[in-house]
Design a protein. Structure first.
Length: 263
């Protein structure tokens, strides 16, 4: 009996070493949010977006994203395919505009709208609000494959400008990086699942920043039954040629999109 009691005391002690306090859980969630932003810098990267609709095949979109998070601005210039080239998106003054060079016209869109008819939304390309926009409903120490994570269940704060009223978030304890995210409706229905399998570490000066290598977004509401099983729409986003080199202020303007769209 003494051996059994001692065994369970050892197990409890070991588990306690890895358990986080409430303050540490909150700090880790804040770090997860901070890791999605690059304040004081211009960020740019080449994005390849592959949309997979079961039974319909795949479509590809290529784009360049420019972000200036300190000022809350970003510009997305679509570079391919040829039929979409020159289209663009611009965020400034908390407004998102879509530009179509075919008729040289800007139309208003919003953060929740789909990007180029994919399963990604416009807000997926901006800093996230995991800590500032949500409250922690519960936490759980879990393993995601071989990754030691905290699983957060989050509920949107009253009046918060967020896309989904509820989230589940898997964050690795050692670096505060989001590895998986599930978006839910207020009724608890799962809407989307996002996986971030790996990150690239990019240096800028004396600092190093984590940028996803790729993200896989599954739309849990859009699917087809094929060969007896439901297959959901998926969007694969791959990020390359990441840079933190400063760009001209003109990049974050409507005139820049018009100029690039006319080429």
């Amino acid at each position: 009996m003494k051996r059994i009691v001692s065994f369970f005391l050892i197990i409890f002690s070991v588990c306690s070493l890895f358990a986080l306090s409430q303050t540490e859980y909150e700090a880790l969630l804040k770090k997860a949010e901070d890791n999605t932003a690059f304040y004081g810098l211009d960020f740019s990267g080449n994005y390849t977006i592959v949309q997979d609709r079961p039974g319909e095949g795949k479509t590809l979109t290529e784009a360049i994203l420019y972000r200036r998070d300190t000022e809350g601005k970003w510009t997305i210039l679509v570079t391919g395919p040829a039929s979409e080239k020159g289209k663009g998106y611009l965020l400034y003054d908390d407004s998102i505009w879509f530009y179509d060079p075919a008729d040289d016209r800007f139309t208003f869109t919003n953060a929740k709208d789909k990007f180029q008819n994919s399963n990604a939304t416009n807000s997926d390309f901006a800093p996230q609000k995991y800590y500032s926009g949500y409250t922690i409903e519960s936490t759980e120490d879990v393993m995601l494959s071989k990754l030691d994570c905290v699983l957060y269940t989050l509920k949107a704060k009253s009046g918060a400008d967020v896309d989904y009223p509820m989230l589940k978030l898997w964050v690795t304890k050692n670096d505060g990086l989001v590895r998986k995210k599930e978006d839910y409706s207020l009724s608890g229905q799962k809407l989307r699942t996002t996986a971030v399998p790996s990150y690239q570490m990019v240096k800028s000066g004396s600092a190093t920043y984590a940028v996803p290598v790729s993200m896989l977004i599954q739309d849990n509401l859009r699917g087809k039954k094929i060969s007896g099983s439901v297959q959901y729409e998926k969007t694969q986003i791959t990020i390359k040629n990441v840079s933190f080199t400063a760009v001209s202020d003109a990049v974050y303007t409507k005139s820049y999109l018009q100029m690039m769209g006319s080429r």
